[in-house]
Write a protein that binds this ligand. Structure first.
Ligand code: NG1
Length: 399
C-alpha cells in the first residue's frame, strides 16, 4: 500500500478522498478453452492482485499510471465510443472497462489512479481481466452506479473483447465473485457460481514457464483461431442432428447425447484437426464435472489424475502447450504431485500442480532444481513459483 501511496503522491500530489480497489488474478483448475463455448469451468482466485489507488475527478478524464516502468502513464476522455490505443497497449484494458460501462450507464466522472500488480503478467493468470475489473469498479464507484457482481462480470466479459481477444467469461466472473478458501464452478448463460471449499492440505503450486503468453500478436491469433475452430466443429456436428432436436450449442449437445456417442457422430463429419479440437472441448467439459465430484469426495488423487489428463488433451488435441509447460508438468508429477496441467490460454504462461501438503516441499525443490536453476530469472523466484492461496473476489475500500 505504501508503494501505491508514494507513487500516487509523486504523480498527482498530496491527496484526500482516496480509495483502493484490489482485483485478484486467478488460476484455472479445470476447463480451459471451453468457457467461450458456453461450458462450465472450475477456477479459483489467487491472493495476488491488481490494485489501484484512485481519486475521483470532477471532469470526464481518466488518468492512470503504473508502478511498473514497463507501462507508461495514460490519459483519455470518457465517451460512449473510445478510440483504442495501439494494439497491445496496457491502457486498452482500462478503455475496455470504460467503454463497456459508458454504453450502459451514466459514466461522467473519471479518476486519477496508480496501479500496482503482483499478478505475473502474460502468464495465464488473468492479470488483464483483473485490470479491467479494477478499472470498472473504480469507475462505478466514482459515478455512484450500483450493479450486481455477476451482471457486471457478464458485461465486462463482452467489454474486454475491445482489446481484440474473443475470450469467454471465466476470468471476470471469478475475479468479481470468488469465495475465500474455495474454487468455484462457473456456469454460463445465465452466469452462475457454485463455490467448493478446498481442503487446506490440498496445495496448488503455480509454476511459470517463463514464456510470456502476450495477448497481442501470435497468441491472440491462435486463441481466436481456436474459438473459430470450436465454432466450425459445432456447426458441423449440429448438422448431424435433426432440426427438431433444436441443438445450437455445446451445452445442448452434451445434454442431448452421451460424450462417447457424441464423439462417434463427430468422427463422421469432422476432419482430423476439428475432431481433436472437438474432443478436447467435450472431454474437458466432462472433466469439470468429474473434478467437482472428486473435490466433494475429498479424492485428491482422482482430482490430480484428471488434471494430468487435461494437460494431455490441451497438449495433443488442442495444441496449446509448449515444451516448457510439458516439462514443468512432468517434473511436478515425477516429484510427487497428484497431477499437473497448463492453466489458462497456454502457449506460455503457467502450470498448476496439485499436491498433498507433505509433498509440496519436494515438488517445489524439484521444480527449482530441474527448471528454474537452469534459467535466467528476470525477478525473484517467488514471482514465478508459488503456492496459491484460494482467495475472495475484488474489493473496494476507502483509505
Ligand atoms: P488467460 O489465460 O488469462 O489468457 C483466456 C481467456 C479465458 C479462457 C482462457 C482459456 C480472456 C480475457 N480470457 O484467459 O476466457 O478462455 O483463456 O481457458 O480472453
Amino acid at each position: 500500500m505504501l508503494v501505491l501511496r508514494q507513487a500516487f503522491e509523486e504523480r498527482y500530489g498530496m491527496a484526500k478522498g482516496l480509495h483502493v480497489v484490489s482485483a485478484p488474478g486467478r488460476v484455472n483448475l479445470m476447463g480451459d478453452h471451453i468457457d467461450y463455448n458456453g461450458l462450465s469451468v472450475f477456477p479459483m482466485a489467487l491472493s495476488r492482485h491488481v490494485s489501484a489507488l484512485y481519486r475521483e475527478r470532477d471532469d470526464d478524464t481518466v488518468r492512470i499510471a503504473s508502478t511498473n516502468s514497463r507501462y507508461g502513464p495514460r490519459e483519455f476522455t470518457l465517451r460512449r465510443e473510445i478510440e483504442p490505443y495501439e494494439d497491445g497497449d496496457w491502457g486498452n484494458y482500462v478503455k475496455a472497462a470504460a467503454q463497456g460501462l459508458a454504453g450502459r450507464f451514466q459514466i461522467e466522472h473519471g479518476f486519477d489512479a496508480v496501479v500496482h500488480s503482483n499478478v505475473p503478467a502474460a502468464a495465464g493468470l488473468s492479470s488483464s481481466s483483473a485490470l479491467v475489473v479494477a478499472a470498472a469498479l473504480a469507475l462505478l464507484h466514482t459515478n455512484e452506479v450500483e450493479i450486481e457482481r455477476l451482471a457486471l462480470a457478464e458485461l465486462l466479459a463482452k467489454a474486454e473483447h475491445y482489446v481484440g481477444t474473443q475470450g469467454g467469461g471465466m476470468d471476470q466472473a471469478i475475479c468479481l465473485a470468488a469465495r475465500k478458501h474455495s474454487a468455484s464452478r462457473i456456469d454460463f448463460e445465465p452466469l452462475r457460481m457454485t463455490a467448493h471449499l478446498i481442503p487446506p492440505e490440498w496445495q496448488l503450486i503455480v509454476a511459470s514457464s517463463l514464456v510470456r503468453a502476450e495477448k497481442s500478436g501470435a497468441v491472440r491469433k491462435l486463441y481466436n483461431a481456436r474459438t473459430r475452430e470450436c465454432r466450425d466443429a459445432l456447426t458441423k456436428v449440429v448438422r448431424a442432428f435433426r432440426a427438431e432436436d433444436r441443438i445450437t450449442s455445446y451445452p445442448d449437445l452434451l445434454a442431448a447425447s452421451r460424450p462417447a456417442a457424441l464423439l462417434k457422430r463427430a468422427e463422421d463429419v469432422l476432419d482430423d484437426t476439428l475432431l481433436r479440437r472437438f474432443r478436447h472441448v467435450v472431454s474437458e467439459a466432462v472433466r469439470v464435472r468429474q473434478v467437482e465430484k472428486a473435490l466433494t469426495a475429498y479424492d485428491l488423487k482422482g482430482f490430480g489424475r484428471l488434471m494430468s489428463k487435461s494437460h494431455r488433451s490441451l497438449r495433443d488435441d488442442f495444441e496449446v502447450s509448449t515444451q516448457e509447460l510439458d516439462e514443468l508438468a512432468e517434473i511436478a508429477e515425477h516429484a510427487g504431485a497428484a497431477g499437473a496441467r497448463l492453466t489458462g490460454a497456454g502457449l506460455g504462461g503457467c502450470v498448476v500442480a496439485l499436491c498433498p501438503d507433505h509433498r509440496t516441499p519436494r515438488v517445489l525443490k524439484a521444480l527449482t532444481g530441474r527448471f528454474y536453476n537452469k534459467r535466467e530469472l528476470e525477478s525473484d523466484l517467488a514471482d514465478h513459483l508459488f503456492v496459491a492461496e484460494p482467495s475472495g473476489g475484488a474489493t473496494v475500500m476507502a483509505l
